[in-house]
Design a protein around this ligand. Structure first.
Ligand code: J5X
Ligand code: AKG
Ligand code: FE2
Length: 354
């Protein structure tokens, strides 16, 4: 059993934090989903620099390092993922989330499981409920849940083929990205051996991953709702496909006073979100930036987030140990980190401080 699966068995979620609202049959915002008074619209700050864009056909080390150290979030272009595959992923997500509620419910995640249909796990750390629904995939859960959602083999085969292809592409891309970003701070350390491609497919120590499909239905009162509440990702890094609809925002990492900045889609781009584990490995140099998702009145937004993490049972820890910068985090395995996150949420990182 994967360590992530075991983790969810040990940290079950309350049922009321699993089943989403039936958004298609909800015309006005229920009180459970009202987060705040409308925020005053902030004038755009002239000093705010745009989120970095890194071309993978010719990545500049200095820019990439800057993106990881100053922003923790950046766009990538020329990533090699076929445009048609991204479009198919978008279509399949729409197909899934447009199913009637009574169908989606058949694939509902159970309280001690990580995969299937339901509300994002961070929901349990907030009083209010979010204007979103999700579908999580890990390993063999894809086939099982797809067959429940679509008894007709034509439908579930299409869905599974697209998602399997996407996971394969994301696996390769995340390997490339992790070694690229770690390379920018001089990490060629023995301990990064697990990043070397597993061409024969025989190693048991390859990267673990988790695919999260998110759906943010149209909302009559977007200023009062929250698509996905503020959080940092527990991954090494997350690759996000967000189509061409805005909604993702990051907390400006260069300001003390939190101000949210939109990460608006760019043509054929993907977004990379640096996770807490990269922050740990880089001994605090890389930011794992707080982000959230806002919703809108007119467009149903669907996104695919691919979380990659280190191999099962592999201990990771700060890898830049010169005497001027002693390690600020202790060593840990991904499962331990996820367990801390599942109970302490945004305070999890501080628990591993030396
Ligand atoms: C591999 C991961 C990453 C997890 C935990 C575990 C499985 C589910 C992932 C997400 C997916 C949705 C956002 C998030 C914040 C959530 O609620 O569940 C993510 C979380 C994290 O990054 O902590
Ligand atoms: O949907 C988005 O724009 C972001 C999703 C996200 O942050 C997540 O799934 O962790
Ligand atoms: Fe996230």
């Amino acid at each position: 059993m994967s360590s992530v699966t075991q983790l969810f068995k040990n940290n079950p979620v309350n049922r009321d934090r699993i089943i989403p609202l039936d958004f298609t049959n909800t015309k006005t915002l229920p009180d459970s989903h009202v987060w705040s008074e409308p925020e005053p619209v902030l004038e755009p700050e002239p000093t705010i620099r745009p989120i970095p864009i890194i071309s993978l056909s010719n990545p500049e080390q200095v820019l990439l390092r800057h993106a990881c150290e100053e922003w923790g979030v950046f766009h990538i272009t020329d990533h090699g993922i076929p445009h048609s595959l991204l479009q198919n992923v978008g279509c399949q997500m729409k197909k899934l989330f447009s199913l009637p509620m009574h169908r989606k419910i058949l694939a509902i995640r159970s309280p001690d499981e990580s995969t299937g249909y339901g509300v994002a796990r961070i929901s349990m750390f907030y009083d209010k409920l979010m204007w979103s629904e999700g579908f999580s995939v890990m390993g063999s859960s894809l086939q099982r849940h797809a067959k429940i959602l679509w008894p007709d083999p034509d439908d579930h085969t299409d869905f599974c083929n697209v998602m399997e292809e996407y996971q394969k592409e994301m696996g390769d891309l995340s390997h490339r990205l992790v070694s690229m970003v770690m390379g920018t701070i001089g990490l060629t350390h023995e301990e990064l051996r697990w990043l070397e491609p597993d061409i024969a497919g025989t190693r048991t120590d390859s990267i673990q991953s988790f695919l999260q499909l998110n759906s943010y239905p149209v909302c009559s009162d977007p200023h009062l709702a929250m698509g996905l509440a503020p959080h940092t990702d527990s991954s090494l890094l997350t690759i996000l496909y967000q189509g061409n609809i805005s909604g993702l925002e990051i907390q400006n990492p260069q300001e003390e006073e939190s101000r949210w900045i939109g990460v608006d889609p760019i043509e054929d781009g993907l977004v990379v979100i640096m996770g807490d584990l990269s922050h740990i490995i880089s001994n605090g140099r890389f930011k794992s930036t707080m982000h959230r998702v806002v919703v809108n009145k007119t467009h149903h937004r669907v996104t695919a987030a691919y979380f990659s993490g280190p191999p099962k049972n592999l201990q990771i820890g700060p890898l830049i140990n010169d005497k001027d910068h002693p390690p600020i985090y202790r060593r840990l395995i991904w499962e331990e980190y996820l367990a801390a996150k599942a109970t302490h949420f945004n305070k999890a990182l501080t628990l591993f401080r030396c």
